[in-house]
Design a protein. Structure first.
Length: 259
């Protein structure tokens, strides 16, 4: 367990769990909490023994209510980490998978943190929104661009132009929620998804994420298909690329060595 003040981190084998820990303010984040989140995900990115991360919120009510508006109104000036809100929204070079376990409210920046993750597991009581225009703000931590890239434009605009709340079931129907589980089970379910990822070659997982994410920047399918991203090249020339078929033929679990 970590010694952070505003978040908690824990390691379970190759799984890294980051828990926003300000339940008295619905896990909203002020600059100091954002800095701790950035440091935690720096730790995850740099540690070769950690392969998958889960981010969640402390308590049963909130994943994160986003920016701490009361702190913002206090006039105290503090800079945002280079990696963005929650240490994730501007982190563009992380090819390790990150799962959001949304256990309640995910509003504004909280929703933007979830959208920056690769998989969103939502409890039935989860609620999502980008309500920034209601307080004279805009969803500038990636929400304005990630949501329209992850769901149909009219659905995205329907949320962004009203700030309305969307429940877990509707989020699943719209397409930004991966799976819906009973209240209180988001983290447990996220761990199950993480376990499935951990069975796979980490080199293959990172190559897959890199190609999928960077491929979206290439409008022409043929060009995207023919591009050999660095992760793909690393995978194809690796020992792990040979280990998978060998383990299958020998009817045993593969031993991934990341080489």
């Amino acid at each position: 367990m970590s010694a952070y003040e505003f978040i908690k981190t824990e390691t379970d084998g190759r799984l890294f769990i980051v828990r926003m820990n300000r339940p008295d303010v619905m896990n909203s984040l002020h600059p100091m909490a954002n800095t701790e989140m950035a440091n935690a995900f720096d730790e995850f990115a740099a540690n070769p023994e950690l392969w998958v991360a889960i981010v969640t919120g402390e308590g049963p009510k909130a994943f994160s209510a986003g920016n701490d508006l009361k702190f913002a109104a206090s006039g105290v000036r503090a800079s945002m980490p280079a990696s963005g809100f929650g240490g994730l929204t501007s982190r563009y070079d992380l090819m390790k998978p990150v799962i959001a376990a949304v256990n309640g409210v995910a509003m504004g920046g909280g929703f933007e943190i979830a959208l920056a993750c690769d998989i969103i597991i939502a409890a039935e009581n989860a609620r999502f929104a980008l309500p920034e225009p209601r307080v004279g703000f805009a969803a500038l931590a990636g929400g304005l661009h990630r949501l329209p890239r992850q769901v149909p434009m009219k659905k995205a605009m329907g949320m962004m132009l009203t700030g309305r709340h969307v429940g877990a079931k509707e989020g699943h129907e719209i397409g930004f929620v991966t799976a819906v589980v009973p209240e209180g089970e988001a983290l447990n379910e996220a761990k199950k998804w993480a376990a499935q990822i951990l069975e796979c070659s980490p080199m293959a997982i990172r190559a897959t994420k890199e190609a999928a994410v960077k491929g979206l920047d290439i409008p022409d399918y043929k060009t995207a298909f023919e591009t050999r991203f660095q992760g793909i090249q690393n995978l194809l020339s690796s020992n792990d690329h040979k280990e998978g078929p060998r383990a299958f033929a020998e009817k045993r679990k593969p031993e991934w060595r990341m080489e």
